[in-house]
Design a binder for this molecule. Structure first.
Ligand code: HEM
Length: 417
């Protein structure tokens, strides 16, 4: 049996927090191995990278999600009782509820709503000297997400709700006061959405039948019971929150357009949208967002001679797998064209998880994410013009999610509407 490489430090939690995106791949390279053992929060954990490790990770006979999530992420980003922590039949049944929201018609309706918000924002931005794109996108996407999901959002509420939803993902990985603000934001957002679920069930409001609010409020579990108001709110926020979080990728798309002016020209000349799709995929491959996902070993097994004891927490490296030189030529280069003849492997390109949408925990919002990014890339390259003033565009990899330090400032916005 080959010896499992082990980190030398007694506990690696701090090293992971300080360098979340490169923690796993850096050590795997150093040990010449696809996996290593360490201690995280004083418990033994196995960290893995690469397409073969991803294939293993999504084998449901070997891993479960129950109890895998780190507590502080559950208390902020995800909430308790959501689809992320379910396994087997219960997971598949709940997952189907999310997948039913992702029909081409429903996605087109979100994109149409979001395009209206882009136009309105472009007009407002043109009246200001400069704006911070990342911050502006939160409001834009919160309005679009709530309207699409059937969640009423009165004008005076927009600012506060936007701030709370944003805190769920923007501060989830923070320590200290920002973490506590994210926990408070989780409580407040859940209370708000629980009251909306109550209003739907008591027929005080009537969102459209295909909307996320309606579907989730009336979803029944395998026993035929409605979800508790708390869990229904967690799941509705599982739709709204990540739509707002797509602002992270849109900020990176703007970053890529600035760093690679030839991409802007190609987007402008792209009449059948095939380059736009490749550009967006390369943004998702190249830029950091989710560093890793976690599971626990269902029952003891061996893989390539390495032992996986029952209950062990296992982390799969998403960011490093997307930049693995065994799957990607010159992985450190930004090259949208690489997606022209990409093999569509479900295990080598996994910024939003791998495997199959209906079966595994792979993100059900991937198509929405891609379409929102395509709309944003078209808008930034064709529908508005802007300047990019001097600013610090270096990416801060120590925060979660990573972002350009300036959050991407644009000035002198001219809508080309
Ligand atoms: C799951 C990333 C957008 C809803 C996930 C997972 C990742 C991820 C890494 C976990 C995969 C796993 O556990 O194996 C992202 C990123 C997004 C995004 C980077 C860009 C902003 C969205 C959108 C939606 C969404 C737009 C919904 C509208 C979900 C849900 C799950 C999930 C409900 C849990 C699925 C399950 O456990 O079966 N996402 N996501 N995400 N995502 Fe996304």
């Amino acid at each position: 049996m080959p010896e499992v490489p082990r980190t030398r430090m007694p506990d690696a939690t701090l090293a992971l927090i300080n360098d979340p995106y490169r923690f796993i791949s850096k050590r795997c390279r150093e040990y010449g191995s696809d996996l290593f053992e360490t201690r995280l929060m004083l418990q033994r954990a196995t960290c893995m990278t690469g397409p073969e490790a991803a294939r293993l990770f999504y084998d449901e006979s070997r891993f479960i999600r129950r109890g895998a999530m780190v507590g502080r992420i559950q208390k902020t980003l995800l909430g308790k009782g959501g689809v992320q922590g379910l396994d087997d039949e219960a997971h598949r049944h709940r997952k189907q509820m999310f997948m039913s929201l992702m029909s081409p018609e429903r996605i087109a309706s979100l994109i149409a709503r979001t395009a209206e918000e882009w136009d309105a924002c472009a007009r407002t931005w043109s009246l200001k000297g400069e704006v911070v794109l990342y911050d502006e996108l939160h409001v834009l996407l919160t309005r679009a997400a709530c309207a699409w999901a059937g969640v009423p959002l009165a004008e005076p509420e927009v600012e506060q709700r936007t701030r709370e939803i944003t805190a769920l993902f923007d501060y989830a990985g923070s320590a200290g006061p920002k973490h506590w603000w994210a926990r408070l934001a989780r409580k407040r957002s859940n209370r708000w959405i629980e009251s909306i679920i109550g209003d739907i069930r008591d027929a005080r409001i009537h969102p459209p039948e295909q909307s996320a609010a309606h579907v989730i409020a009336w979803h029944r579990d395998l026993e035929g019971e409605l979800l508790t108001p708390h869990v229904a709110a967690v799941e509705l926020l599982n739709v709204i929150r990540p739509i707002v979080a797509v602002g992270v990728y849109i900020t990176f798309a703007a970053h890529a357009l600035h760093r690679h002016p030839e991409c802007r020209r190609k987007l402008q000349a792209d009449d059948n949208a095939s380059y736009t799709e490749s550009f967006v995929q390369e943004v998702r491959r190249f830029y950091p967002f989710f560093p890793a996902v976690a599971a626990r070993v269902r029952r003891e097994f061996e893989w390539n001679g390495y032992p996986f004891p029952k209950g062990r927490r296992v982390l799969l490296d998403l960011y490093g797998t997307d930049r693995d030189a065994r799957s990607w030529e010159s992985p450190e280069a930004f090259q949208p064209e690489r997606f022209r003849d990409w093999d569509r492997s479900p295990f080598s390109f996994i910024p939003q998880g791998g495997g199959e949408f209906h079966v595994h925990h792979r993100c059900p919002g991937e198509w929405i994410t891609i379409e929102l990014m395509k709309l944003a890339s078209k808008t930034l390259s064709r529908r508005i013009r802007y300047d990019v003033p001097e600013q610090n565009l270096r990416i801060d990899y120590s925060r979660l999610p990573a972002l350009p330090r300036s959050r991407f400032i644009i000035s002198n916005v001219r809508p080309d509407l």
